[in-house]
Design a protein around this ligand. Sequence first.
Ligand SMILES: NC(=O)c1ccc[n+]([C@@H]2O[C@H](COP(=O)([O-])OP(=O)(O)OC[C@H]3O[C@@H](n4cnc5c(N)ncnc54)[C@H](OP(=O)(O)O)[C@@H]3O)[C@@H](O)[C@H]2O)c1
Length: 283
Amino acid sequence: MQTDVPDIELNDGNRIPQVGLGVLRIDDDGVTPVVESAIGLGYRHIDGAAGYDNEAGVGRALANLGVNRGERRAGFWITTKLKDSEQGYDSCLKAFDRQLGLLQLDYVDMYMIHWPTPFDWRTPETWRAFRRLHDEGRVRTLGVCNFMPSDLERLHDETGDYPAVNQIELHPTWQQRDVVDFCREHGIAVEADSPMARGADLAAGDGLIGRIAEAHGVSPAQAVLRWHIENGTIIIPKSVHPDRQRENLDLFGFALTPDEHAAIDALDGPVRAGHDPATFSYA
Ligand SMILES: NC(=O)c1ccc[n+]([C@@H]2O[C@H](COP(=O)([O-])OP(=O)(O)OC[C@H]3O[C@@H](n4cnc5c(N)ncnc54)[C@H](OP(=O)(O)O)[C@@H]3O)[C@@H](O)[C@H]2O)c1
C-alpha cells in the first residue's frame, strides 16, 4: 500500500495534502467513526461544511483522537464552508464562531464560500469577513467552491483577490476545462468535488475504467483517482467504508500509461452529477 500523499503548494504559501476525505451525506453521529477510521488509515485532510450538518461529529472525532489542539494539530488540514444563507459580513463572522466551536478547533485550515449565488451576490462583504478571520489567525487559507470564471473575475474586480483554492465538481465525464484553465492561469488551485461523480464514473466509457483498473491490478476508483492525481488536482473522495477509504488513499504505487490517461481525458462530456452554480443555492 502506497499512501504517501504529497502536498500541493497554494498561492498563499500553505501546503494542502492532495487527498482528503469528503464527509457530505453522512449524519452527525455517523461521521465520527468515519473520520476516526480515515485518520487511522493515514488521512490528514478532511473536507466538511456547515451545510453537511455534521461539524459537531467531525469535531468529536478530532477531539477523540487528540488532533484538534496541541502538538498534533499542525499535521492536519481541516476545511469547512460557510452556508449560503450566512453570507455577509456580520453573519459570516457569527457563523464562523459557531462552526469553530462545533469543530472544537482554534483555527481551520481552509474556509470556503460554498456557492457563488450570482443571483444574490454577497461575495464582497463575505470576503471582507474572510480576510478578517485570516488576519486574526483563525483561518489559514481562503477558498471558494463552484465559482465559474465570471464569478472569480467579479470577486477579483471587487476585492482585488483571487482565492487560493476553487473547489468544483470535476470528474472524467464533467471536466470543466474552461474553469480549470482559468484557475491555472490565475494561480488558483483546483480541488475536485465528487471526483468519482458520486460513483457513476466508475463505470464510465463502456467499461474503459474497469479495463484500465484491471491492467494495473487496482480498483476502478483507484484508476479514476489516479487520473486526478496525475492532473495535479486536489481530491476529496467520500467513503464511509474503511476498505474503500484505504483504496482511495492508495494511489501512489502505480501510474497510468499516457494512452490510458488520454483515454480518460476523452471521456469528457456534459454529465454533471451535482448542481448548476449559476442557479443553485444550498441555503
Ligand atoms: N463544494 C461543493 O459544492 C461540493 C459538492 C459535492 C461534494 N463536495 C465534497 O466532495 C466530497 C466527495 O464528493 P461526493 O461525496 O459527492 O462523491 P464521490 O466522492 O465522487 O463519490 C462518493 C460515492 O462513491 C462511493 N465510493 C467511495 N469510494 C469508493 C470506492 N473505492 N469504490 C466504490 N465506490 C466508492 C461512496 O460510497 P460509500 O460511502 O458507501 O463507500 C459514495 O457513494 C463530498 O463528500 C464533499 O466533501 C463538495
